[in-house]
Design a protein around this ligand. Structure first.
Ligand code: CTP
Ligand code: MG
Length: 231
């Protein structure tokens, strides 16, 4: 790891959690007594490789969180789409970074080893993401019936942290804004714009809390194993 390398982590937390439902956006619900987003921020702050953490949040929640963090963390207003939230985070962070990691606020069990491996791959290739093989067979459906069964072995499910050399992330976000393009992750966007996006092995513990049953599962895992290294 080069000495002066500066690593920015953007944790988009400005979603409204429509699939999860409820009054409070899922990223502010507690896991082991602390809001999910706080658990994720603290896990990154515990890592000496991280220079700065920027967290785009919903406008209405900015005041609630602004006061709490130390100088390595900054909360900013996110956007209407995930890409706009990430772009807001990057704009607020400034340019003085070499590598940027983007991590969902709702993946509390990411592994520091995977994070470091993904950063390493991004340093070498420009962009990288953790992915895992699909456990289930995938069918393409038309008229409620199977139309085709693609070869499952060529697919992975994308996780985060997804890592980029800062110029790659800036390039893809600028182009997406210009074209009004949308994407559910930055890795796919980078590939769409012609960048090589290196696959790094992810792991099934790094699941995303999408629906209420995912949080029930996360609470059980947390109670049994804790969150890994506690800050
Ligand atoms: N996100 C964001 N800004 C948005 C939309 C999503 O920062 N405009 C963030 C979410 O807060 C979450 C991450 O992107 O940390 C992953 O998104 P997802 O799990 O899809 O969360 P939501 O978009 O909130 O949920 P849903 O798609 O069910 O509405
Ligand atoms: Mg979403």
């Amino acid at each position: 790891m080069p000495d002066a390398e500066r690593v920015l982590v953007i944790i988009p937390a400005a979603g409204s959690g429509t699939r999860f439902g409820g009054d409070v956006p899922k990223q502010f619900l507690p896991l082991g007594g602390k809001p999910l987003v706080q658990r994720v921020v603290e896990r990154f702050l515990f890592d000496a490789v991280v220079t700065r953490v920027v967290v785009p949040v919903l406008d209405m929640l900015l005041n609630a969180v602004k006061e709490s963090p130390g100088e390595r963390v900054k909360f900013v207003v996110g956007g209407a789409t995930r890409l706009q939230s990430v772009a807001a985070g990057l704009a607020a962070a400034g340019d003085e970074f070499d590598l940027v990691a983007v991590h969902d606020a709702v993946r509390p069990f990411f592994s520091p080893d995977t994070f470091h491996a993904t950063l390493d791959a991004a340093r070498t290739h420009g962009a990288a993401f953790p992915g895992i093989p699909l456990p289930d067979t995938i069918h393409e459906i038309r008229d409620d019936a199977i139309a085709a069964t693609p070869d499952r072995s060529v697919f992975v499910a994308a996780q985060t942290p997804q890592c980029f050399r800062i110029e790659v992330l800036r390039d893809i976000l600028t182009r997406a804004a210009r074209e009004d393009a949308n994407a559910t992750d930055e890795a796919g966007l980078a590939a769409k714009y012609g960048h090589r996006v290196q696959l790094v092995p992810g792991d099934s513990m790094n699941f995303k809390i999408t629906r209420p049953e995912d949080l029930v599962m996360a609470e059980r895992i947390y109670a049994e194993w804790g969150g890994g290294e506690e800050p």
